[in-house]
Ligand binder design. Structure first.
Ligand SMILES: [Cu+2]
Length: 667
């Protein structure tokens, strides 16, 4: 959820620290852990290498475009046009370009650049006015310094009995947009305070009702809010809150043994497994991006998905109080969630049989940094694949399923978000989102209630007067489907009961209606339980053996509608939450569901804006955008640390094959 970090050091430094810890641990016998260092880039969509990041910044320097004070909210691959990628043949020359966002804090100016890494030239450099690029490490430092120096804040802490001001931790929250005039035209954030005391390992106990608004261009607090003293809870969020219960015996080992090695092959950046082929890259903004996903069907490689990514995330909190109304973390657009990718811990974050991949990203100063074990790839037991027992013949036919998981986890402040692309042998591609970590805590005022139970309308108690505030997590996935080629259409499937009639005398009849969605406006859809609604991406030019268009069905899992009012600013800024399904013609300029510039955005960009034109989405290269919402009313069991919550969706072959494609799986 959060942009908020309990220890908001930008992750890159955490990784360096963790890297050294792991290096040390490797000396103690963990060196067998396989970690695949990405080789030289051999595919047009491979992420920028260390050398390419260095070269990008060097070219900008040589052109006199940047200075020591320039910061880089984003440096990543500038993807080549799709036709170039689709037509690419291994070993042939390929385009390599970098996209750069540069920010000049002193003049509050933002620039976009594209660098040609082959020709070592600057292809474009342009100023983008009226925007704020995503948050930088310096922002949190400037905010903290400004707040600590503010006498109103110092006084507010003393009023709460806090004398050791260095024992207070200040957390920055993206400013967002609420129509306030004094927040226009500046880069700003809001800071909230937690009490930790002298021990670095102690928890962060919320200091309720104190908010400082900081102008990040001038380094000044321009608004200060103190709504009154609320007792500081005895406990707060952080690892110190986790006291390990020794009463449970460790379960006996459960290990996957693959004496002959994993069943997948890695060829350059391509993974091949059980008829599947795909590539992936860790990008700073989106995290792991899936590329060129295809399934080999009786010797023929058939395309399924050209590009699959997390396009945006937002976590709106449901508390209107001055300390909370602004908490709406866009963890991708405001924070570049890929940059918060964890170094996965072998045996716990991923199972014993995992293969790990290191990744390289650029920091705010344009320097490359490595994330060891950023991505894990492993096979897991998939339960039963199929079965039938013939009672007459007394004979059983069944097969065991296996799944391939491509996993990464980001820690954004107090929350962990894991994203598993799960490949099934039957052609199903599943996204499994994992939520864990700490809920965002609030201190409740004492109550006259003799039962000493604390409560307000917007939260639920965790422990004592420490509460977890109601919130929702919305994820949007951008799925550039290429079902047997780029020219696809989308149909909505609704199952409907038939009226009682002479032909339906028993009232049991129901049918399934398919409705072609012809344009972007028609394709803004909600999930619908009464009609078991699904959506099928079809290729109208390719038919299966039964004569149906080949297709893949989007099968939703857990989902929600937003509870913020339709006219709330957050609904305008995160307009993608207003429908679960959106479909657009593929446009490489339209990658992020809430638009490119999300930090302090006013709304009016992203899916709602693009789809105004209501372009045709029939029999052409289309993108399916799926919004998934999770409503989180915190429970005592979410404390101290949340047990993993899973939610997701599936892309299931539907007439893509002529029959069950796993019939050939050996016993
Ligand atoms: Cu939550």
């Amino acid at each position: 959820m959060l942009s908020i970090s309990l220890c908001k050091t930008r992750p890159r430094f955490l990784h360096l620290q963790m890297g050294s810890v792991w290096l040390a641990m490797c000396c103690f016998g963990l060196s067998h852990i396989p970690s695949a260092q990405a080789g030289p880039t051999d595919y047009p969509l491979d992420a920028l290498s260390k050398d390419e990041i260095v070269a990008t910044v060097d070219i900008l320097k040589a052109q006199g475009k940047i200075t020591e004070s320039t910061r880089f909210p984003l440096i990543e691959l500038h993807e080549p046009p799709k036709d170039e990628v689709v037509g690419f043949q291994t070993g042939r020359p390929m385009r390599r370009e970098a996209f750069v966002l540069a920010y000049e804090r002193g003049s509050n100016r933002t620039f976009e650049a594209v660098v040609d890494l082959k020709a070592k030239t600057l292809l474009s450099w342009k100023e983008i006015s009226g925007v704020q690029p995503s948050l930088l490490e310096d922002d949190a430092k400037i905010l903290e310094q400004a707040i600590r120096g503010d006498v109103r804040w110092q006084e507010a802490m003393r009023k709460r009995g806090i004398t050791d001001l260095e024992g207070v931790v200040i957390i920055d929250w993206a400013g967002g947009y609420f129509g306030f005039h004094d927040e226009e035209g500046i880069r700003f954030e809001r800071g909230v305070s937690y009490y930790r005391g002298s021990s670095k390992s102690a928890t962060l106990r919320p200091i309720e009702g104190v908010v400082a608004y900081v102008n990040l261009n001038t380094g000044r607090v321009f608004k200060f809010v103190d709504t009154g003293v609320v007792p500081i809870p005895k406990m707060g969020a952080g690892l110190g809150a986790i006291s390990v219960n020794k009463s449970r015996n460790a379960p006996k080992p459960l290990e996957i043994v693959q004496r002959q090695g994993p069943d997948f092959e890695i060829l350059g950046s391509e993974v091949r497994w059980q008829n599947w082929r795909f590539r992936f890259a860790l990008q700073a903004r989106e995290g792991v991006v899936l590329h060129a996903v295809g399934y080999e069907d009786r010797g023929r490689l058939r395309s399924v998905l050209y590009r699959g990514s997390l396009s945006e995330m937002v976590v709106p909190y449901g508390d209107p109080s001055p300390g909370w109304f602004f908490k709406n973390a866009f963890d991708e657009g405001e924070n570049s969630i890929g940059g918060y990718t964890d170094s996965l811990e072998p045996l716990t974050d991923a199972p014993n049989n995992a293969t790990f991949f290191d990744a390289v990203l650029a920091d705010d100063k344009g320097l490359p940094f490595e994330i060891p074990r950023a991505v894990a790839l492993y096979e897991r037991d998939g339960g039963l694949l199929w079965k039938h027992y013939d009672d007459k013949l007394k004979r059983n036919q069944s097969r065991r399923a296996r799944q391939l998981v491509l996993a990464w986890i980001a820690t954004v402040g107090n929350y962990e978000y894991g994203f598993n692309w799960v490949f099934h042998q039957d052609g199903t591609l599943e996204m499994e989102v994992i939520l864990s970590g700490f809920v965002e805590t609030k201190a409740l005022p004492s109550t006259e209630n003799p039962t000493k139970h604390y409560a307000d309308l917007y939260s639920h108690p965790l422990a004592g007067n420490l509460a977890g505030v109601h919130h929702q997590h919305f994820f949007n996935f951008r799925l550039d489907m290429d079902v047997d080629g780029a020219a696809n259409s989308i149909v909505e499937q609704n199952v409907e009961p038939l009226p009682s009639s002479a032909t339906n005398p028993y009232g049991n009849a129901f049918t399934m209606n398919e409705n072609l969605l012809r344009n972007e406006q028609e394709a803004q859809r909600l999930i619908n339980l009464p009609s078991s609604r699904t959506w099928k991406i079809v290729n109208p030019s390719e038919a299966n053996a039964s004569g149906q268009s080949v297709g893949y069905t989007l099968v939703p899992g857990e989902n929600a509608l937003p509870f913020a009012r339709p006219d709330a600013w957050i609904r305008k800024r995160a307009g993608f939450v207003n429908a679960h399904v959106w479909v657009t013609p593929n446009d490489p300029a339209q990658m992020y569901a809430a638009g490119f510039y999300v930090n302090q955005s006013k709304g009016g960009d992203g899916l709602p804006a693009w789809t105004q034109a209501s372009r045709s989405i029939e029999n052409r290269d289309i993108v399916l955008w799926y919004t998934m919402g999770i409503t989180h009313i915190p429970r005592p069991e979410d404390w101290p640390v949340m047990p993993v919550h899973r939610a997701g969706f599936k892309l299931v072959p539907s007439g893509f094959f002529d029959q069950n494609p796993t019939i050939d799986v050996p016993r």
